[in-house]
Design a protein around this ligand. Structure first.
Ligand code: DP6
Length: 376
């Protein structure tokens, strides 16, 4: 008999950034963070976990059709914890099949190009943990599973939920209070949209895992970020989301991205994730907000040059129209984008930098958490 479970898991983009570990082994962060889960119609990982007493050898993982290394300490930590939860169930109820003793076959696929530099580790580890938890029929809540996913990749703990999600840094040494919680479901503020400008980078930058360790070790600015900046941002962001206050949400989002990238450039030697195209996107958002006479768009950048621009559905026309004028030929525009128009003029230099550097557009919105697609 082959036991099987499939699930999808979403990508999330932080508006208050996780950057810094206080314990690299357990993957415990220096600060809390908060993200928006993005729609799985556009970005998701689909993972199928199977096990059988007829399988022999080690566990295996296939990623986008190719065999992938499963021996890494982070993946192993996730597998070990999930197996031991299953083993405890089997011990309590001896009639259960001994799935914990069988090799696992994991098959994982993204519906977006991994090369786009989008946080695929978040969706990847969330889907891996959710799929195995389903296969093992674990009763654990998404928050409990987030403690396991966190050990795969920090940002992955937030992808076990849809909507608006906080990762509480916690203070225990064992990390059992460092977990994700849903701040509000997608239905609380479903009008949130995101436009992702995928920027072609010449070479791959410093990985987030290594970059954040260098920042913790060398940046003085970072001390203030952890002590006062992030706590204030978390507080203001939770209030803005509760009140559906876009201007408040946007200000914190942009300031937190700026604070994070300032700490990166204060790292010694400095780390630069944003490039000229990223900075042109910042100018474009500023121009849009100036023309609107209020804050209707917010930029944020992760550990790479891609720009994520958050806005509300009611302003789609203005924001999508502004970029559509410049980027009509670029891959990823949907049919409905053609209808949007905007009279906003970007500075010539800003327009040409964006035109020269954006290789793909992703139009998406806030979305739901993991979805079980198969189980037997
Ligand atoms: C800039 O979750 O990729 O995207 O825990 O080492 O796997 P590891 O790091 P990762 O870092 C994400 C950093 C970020 C900010 C964020 O998502 O909060």
């Amino acid at each position: 008999e082959i036991y099987r479970a499939s699930t999808t898991a979403p990508v999330n983009i932080a508006v208050v950034k996780y950057w810094g570990k206080r314990d690299a082994k357990l993957n415990l962060p220096t600060n809390s963070s908060l993200s928006v889960t993005l729609s799985q119609a556009d970005l998701r990982t689909l993972t199928t976990a199977t096990c059988s007493s007829t399988y022999t050898g080690e566990d295996t993982l296939t990623l986008n059709g190719s065999p992938s290394d499963i021996s890494g300490a982070r993946t192993q930590a996730c597998l070990r914890e999930l197996r031991s939860l299953r083993a405890a169930l089997e011990e309590k109820d001896p009639s259960l099949p001994k799935l914990s003793k069988m090799p696992l076959r994991l098959v994982s696929e993204n519906n977006f190009p991994t090369a786009a530099g989008l946080a695929s580790s978040a969706a990847g580890f969330a889907a891996l943990v959710r799929a195995i938890a389903n296969l093992y029929e674990l009763p654990n809540s998404p928050t409990e599973l987030s403690i396991i996913a966190r050990q795969g990749s920090g940002s992955a703990c937030r992808s076990l939920f849809g909507g608006y999600v906080a990762w509480r840094h916690g203070s225990q040494e064992d990390g059992l209070d460092s977990k994700a919680v849903e701040i509000a479901p997608a239905s609380h503020w479903p009008e949130m949209r995101a436009l992702i400008l995928v920027v072609s980078a010449a070479k791959k930058g410093v990985s987030s895992t290594s970059g954040m360790q260098q920042t913790v070790a060398t940046s003085d600015l970072f001390k203030g970020r952890v002590a006062t900046v992030v706590p204030a941002h978390m507080d203001a962001m939770e209030k803005a989301i509760a009140a559906r206050d876009f201007a408040g949400f946007a200000e914190v989002t942009m300031k937190d991205s700026n604070s994070f990238h300032s700490c990166c450039s204060d790292t010694y030697p400095p780390i630069y994730y944003m490039n000229d195209v990223s900075r042109a996107a910042v100018r474009a958002v500023e121009a849009i907000n100036a023309a609107a006479g209020k804050t209707i768009a917010a930029y944020t950048f992760d550990a790479g040059p891609n720009a994520v621009i958050y806005f509300l559905e009611e302003n789609s026309n203005l924001i999508i129209g502004t970029f559509y004028k410049l980027l009509q030929g670029v891959d990823g525009w949907k049919e409905e984008a053609k209808a949007s128009s905007s009279s906003i003029q970007l500075e010539e230099a800003v327009s040409s930098i964006i035109q020269g550097g954006v290789s793909r557009i992703i139009m998406t919105s806030v979305g739901e958490g993991p979805v079980k697609t198969e189980q037997h």
